[in-house]
Design a protein around this ligand. Structure first.
Ligand code: CO
Length: 161
């Protein structure tokens, strides 16, 4: 089982790298392991740096099925935003409200190597933005103006060096 990288690990703050397509058999296995980790740790999404690999892969438990997004990029953000509470497997026990665009236009490759351009909205758009942040070394605690739960846990984690 892939283990979770937790705050304040410096690797969560690194910028991840694009991967070359098509995925190697090892990378396909890694995606499967990310699905398993997401399910086991009960996350709605997971980014590769959270399981120890600074490469541009995220997985999201969409309404249909667990989906992998390779080299994901957000091309457009809607002007309309909404605030919602978020948490993160790498920052356990901590929640905060984050303002994010309601609709985004994204580009990525699926795990078969097909290039996809699509518009995402609502909850999926939110999770996608959260996970892509991870690839840029950004965490939701950087974006929240209001920790709604777990301030003590957060202070404890941040005081660890
Ligand atoms: Co997260």
């Amino acid at each position: 089982m892939l283990s979770l990288v937790l705050l304040p690990s410096p690797s969560l703050r690194q910028k991840s790298k694009d991967i070359t397509l098509p995925l190697t058999p090892e990378q396909q296995t890694f995606v499967d392991e990310m699905f398993i980790a997401m399910q086991t740790y009960d996350g709605v999404g997971l980014a590769a740096p959270q399981v120890g690999s600074n490469i541009n892969i995220i997985v999201i438990n969409t309404e249909e099925s667990p989906t992998a997004y390779i080299n994901p990029v957000i091309k457009k953000y809607s002007w309309r935003k909404e605030k919602m509470e978020e948490g993160c497997l790498s920052v356990p026990g901590v929640y905060g409200s984050v303002k994010r665009s309601i609709t985004i236009t994204v580009e990525y490759y699926d795990r078969q190597g097909n290039f996809i351009n699509e518009v995402l909205t609502g909850y999926l758009a939110r999770v996608f933005q959260h996970e892509v942040d991870h690839l840029n070394g950004v965490l939701f605690i950087d974006r929240t103006k209001e920790i709604t739960k777990g301030q003590d846990e957060l202070d404890k984690m941040l005081s660890k060096k």
